[in-house]
Design a protein around this ligand. Structure first.
Ligand SMILES: Nc1nc2c(ncn2[C@@H]2O[C@H](COP(=O)(O)OP(=O)(O)OP(=O)(O)O)[C@@H](O)[C@H]2O)c(=O)[nH]1
Length: 323
């Protein structure tokens, strides 16, 4: 996992034209308990799926950047895993990744779902955020479509009590309610500066990383209870087939799915390979939508014994020392 080098990224674009008066740009990160809708909100703001989501907590493992382009601002959202009490080495590294991200960004979005009572997790994070005195924190009351207006209003008040926020905004990533307003409020707290990414760029994650995440998301479907966090995916090879015929662009992708034990391998593969075939079909559909090309996808399932607890394996699977 990369450490963010935001200073490098803050350099103006080469050949950038004059910046409109009052243009704002910068980095934001969304924090909150696992499963509160951070990744979904980022995808909705960006307008494309750049981070995977699932109804299982702690789905997000990597710091993904989504870029929101507006006429008067550019907001780069850094996605972080949910803050939680670490139970494994992977958990500890994720936790320190969140903390190191918090001090680097220009603003923080603190996500609290509208449909659940404020809990100890929220209070813990609110306290952590109080320490980031120099960074504006906007509280986002998420998933407003899941409850009624009265409850949303009560939650806004409850969140207000939790700390000192630069703003408090209700939003639903699912229905899109108040999404534009939320984007506007977030951008208003960015510093003035030129765009940092070319118009039209939605993420700077390499395609291989997005592809691996889409395969992981598809592989989690239906086995979350048995294998909540045991699957890691690495793209071993990704090559475009040479073609001159328009509409016949093809990409070959070879990816490995790592599980922690051979019993899990059997679950992922399914009876006579049925499950894995289904995962392949679903992942391929999503990858073709992402790349805009036809895809041949080869999936192999491998066992990396207890990889979440083994520093060597973690490094091999892309979770390096700094994180
Ligand atoms: N109804 C509704 N569901 C939502 C909304 N936003 C997110 N969800 C659902 O909530 C679940 C969790 O969403 P994520 O975006 O993965 O949550 P997260 O906070 O990024 O989770 P972690 O990666 O575990 O930190 C998914 O099933 C989403 O579909 C929303 O606005 N409305």
């Amino acid at each position: 996992m990369d450490e963010l080098d935001l200073d490098r990224l803050r350099a103006p674009l080469p050949g950038a034209t004059a910046v409109p008066e009052g243009f704002r740009s910068g980095f934001a990160c969304f924090v909150g308990r696992p499963n509160v809708g951070k990744s979904t909100l980022m995808n909705a703001l960006v307008g494309q799926k750049v981070a995977i989501t699932s109804n299982r907590p702690q789905t997000t493992r990597r710091t993904v950047r989504g870029i929101v382009h507006r006429e008067d601002a550019q907001l780069i959202v850094v996605d972080t895993p949910g803050l939680h009490k670490p139970r494994t080495l992977l958990g500890e590294r994720l936790d320190s990744l969140v903390r190191s991200t918090l001090v680097e960004v220009d603003m923080i979005g603190f996500c609290v779902p509208a449909d659940e009572p404020i809990g100890r997790g929220d209070t813990y994070i609110a306290r952590e955020l109080a320490a980031q005195r120099d960074t504006p924190v906007v509280a986002l009351v998420t998933k407003t479509d899941k409850t009624d207006r009265k409850r949303v209003a009560e939650q806004l008040l409850a969140v207000q009590e939790l700390g000192e926020w630069a703003d408090i905004v209700p939003v639903s990533a699912e229905s899109g309610e108040n999404l534009e307003e939320a984007a506007g409020v977030l951008c208003a707290h960015l510093p003035e500066g030129p765009p940092l990414y070319p118009d039209g760029d939605l993420t700077d994650e390499p395609d291989e990383m997005l592809v691996a995440e889409l395969v992981r998301e598809a592989s989690l479907e239906g086995v979350r209870d048995e294998l909540p966090h045991s699957i890691a995916v690495v793209v071993d090879e990704m090559t475009d087939r040479p073609t001159t015929a328009p509409g016949r662009e093809f990409t070959d992708i070879y990816a490995s799915l790592y599980v922690e034990r051979s019993s899990q391998k059997a679950i992922v593969i399914g009876t006579k390979g049925a499950r894995l075939r289904h995962v392949g079909i679903e992942a391929r559909r999503q990858i073709e939508a992402l790349l805009g090309r036809r895809v041949y996808l080869d999936l192999r399932v491998k066992v990396a014994k207890d990889w979440q607890r083994d520093p060597k394996q973690l490094r091999r699977l892309g979770f390096d020392q700094q994180t």
